[in-house]
Design a protein around this ligand. Structure first.
Ligand code: SAH
Ligand code: SF4
Ligand code: F3S
Length: 465
């Protein structure tokens, strides 16, 4: 893409200028990129870092040390936005004592006009704001900031394109995120994502395969394919290819690694896909299959295009074809108009499906979505009680799902989650269960076998076998 090459040139040209601005003749200027929200955003954050590295930046986690601070934001629920505004507010003092500091805001929140207005009016020290569709233009945005000394706002409309060729600067380690598609066309009635991320578009399979092979070559061993609805991958591409076909191609790449994916929308999760997961040995036997609610009426209101029965049928099929499959899910409590009886249908669904863990949310109205204008008579307090009831039930179910592993030996990808210095490692099984075990830090990044001795909430505990 020519536009990307043009940005590369601008990035190179900015290197000397940025050094001069930040008076760091002998070392690189420092950037802090703070990402909120989902893995898709984390993957975007890695690209933003890749672009900043081209401009000569090194990275820091400390706002005080940073010459440039970039918040990559999330708009999914109100508390996500409140957190971001809190973080931006905290920078006012810093900018006052360090006027050269560049502050930028990007990501999902900036695709909402009311947020851009608020940033313009009340956060004058924010220098540049851009949406995800303009992310590849970061070098020219920073250039304009420097040239004109003015604030720059670039929230371009979705042009339906996929910007290829931006280098991602990934976290060191063995786990990698690999976006296979962007945007979402589903318009679930509660969700802001289709408004802030634009229309669904898939990357070409050969580009994905190429990046995937590079990751395997570089030693990544747990690669997660990302999309808001990976099961509809391939729509609109010239070449006829669907998610099952993509999985088969990636599974055929030689090497010792695991393939994960998220998120699977139940409406597009076909038997063919489940058969493919069953037969591809590198594709993990874990499916994140967000149900949102156990009530068919609420699912209709949510515009999810499946009902309780068809979801349960899908789960039965998955369990039949992949006997050791584990499932996880997202649940929304207190959708507008949900009654206690309907909420109890979600509880009974949990008892039937037996997820190993859940991501649980209380409904949060999002401006512009259909659900935000529905009558919502149940109080926040009442929803809080339902929420706690849900968590208590899932805690029991989670433990019940983990106990049978006691005495078994499982294969995990060992990782250092911050306690390796104390001799404690963690890892995940193929089925996405967390295992804690004592071991030397040198094992981090390797597949090891662990004998499970006991369980606690969220994790299996064991010893190297
Ligand atoms: N594309 C994924 C979900 C991405 S958002 C899918 O369809 O499964 C992650 C989760 O946030 C959703 O599954 C949903 O449970 C939750 N969520 C989204 N909008 C929400 C809202 N307005 N209030 C509460 N939870 C919400
Ligand atoms: Fe939101 Fe639904 Fe799209 Fe998921 S599928 S991102 S919940 S609109
Ligand atoms: Fe949040 Fe945007 Fe992801 S709204 S959940 S960061 S797609």
């Amino acid at each position: 893409m020519d536009a990307i090459e043009e940005q590369d040139r601008i990035a190179q040209a900015l290197r000397a200028r940025l050094r001069e601005r930040f008076h760091t003749q002998n070392k690189n200027p420092l950037a802090m990129v703070h990402t909120f929200g989902c893995q898709q955003n984390v993957a975007d954050g890695e690209k933003l870092k890749g672009i900043l590295a081209q401009m000569g930046f090194s990275f820091t986690d400390s706002p005080e040390q940073a010459d440039l601070i970039l918040f990559n934001t999330c708009a999914i629920r109100e508390n996500a936005e409140t957190k971001v505004f809190g973080n931006i507010g905290n920078l006012k003092q810093l900018k006052a004592v360090k006027p050269a500091l560049l502050i930028g805001i990007c990501g999902c929140m900036t695709e909402q006009p009311h947020v851009v207005e608020k940033l313009k009016k009340s956060y004058s020290y924010v220098g540049f704001v851009f949406g995800s569709h303009s992310a590849y233009r970061l070098p020219s945005l920073i250039q304009s900031c420097l040239d004109e000394g003015k604030r720059v706002f670039r929230v371009a409309p979705d042009d339906g394109c996929v910007a290829e060729g931006i280098p991602a600067l990934r976290e060191e380690g063995v786990k990698a995120w690999l976006p296979i598609m962007y945007g979402c066309d589903n318009f679930c009635s509660y969700c802001v994502v289709p408004y802030v991320r634009g229309r669904e578009r898939s990357r070409r399979p050969e580009r994905i395969l190429e990046e995937f092979k590079e990751l395997v070559q570089a030693g990544y061993k747990d690669i997660t394919l990302l999309g808001q609805n990976v099961n509809s991958y391939g729509k609109g591409l010239e070449e006829p290819v669907d998610f099952s076909a993509l999985l088969e191609r990636l599974n055929a790449v030689p090497g010792d690694f695991r393939i994960r994916f998220m998120t699977s929308h139940p409406k597009d999760c076909s038997h063919r896909l489940i058969d493919t997961i069953a037969k591809c040995e590198k594709v993990c036997n874990h499916i994140h299959l967000p149900v949102q609610s156990g009530s068919s009426r609420i699912l209709r209101e949510m515009n999810r295009h499946y009902d309780r029965e068809s979801y349960l049928e899908l789960v039965r099929y998955a369990r039949e074809k992949i006997p050791d499959v584990t499932l996880t899910s997202d649940i929304i409590v207190g959708f507008p108009g949900e009654t206690y009886e309907e909420f109890r249908e979600t509880l009974s669904l949990l008892e039937e499906v037996k997820y190993i863990s859940l991501y649980t949310f209380i409904f949060s109205p999002r401006l512009g979505t259909r659900a935000a204008s529905l009558p919502d008579p149940v109080s926040g307090e009442e929803k809080g009680r339902w929420f706690r009831e849900l968590l208590a039930l899932q805690d029991e179910i989670g433990l019940e799902q983990m106990r049978p592993y006691i005495g078994q030996t499982v294969r995990v990808l060992a990782e250092d989650w911050g306690k390796a210095g104390e001799g404690l490692l963690q890892g995940r099984t193929e089925s996405n269960l967390i295992v804690e075990f004592p071991g030397p830090p040198s094992l981090a990044g390797q597949f090891v076998r662990v004998k499970v001795e006991s369980v606690k909430k969220w994790a299996l505990l064991g010893n190297l076998a």
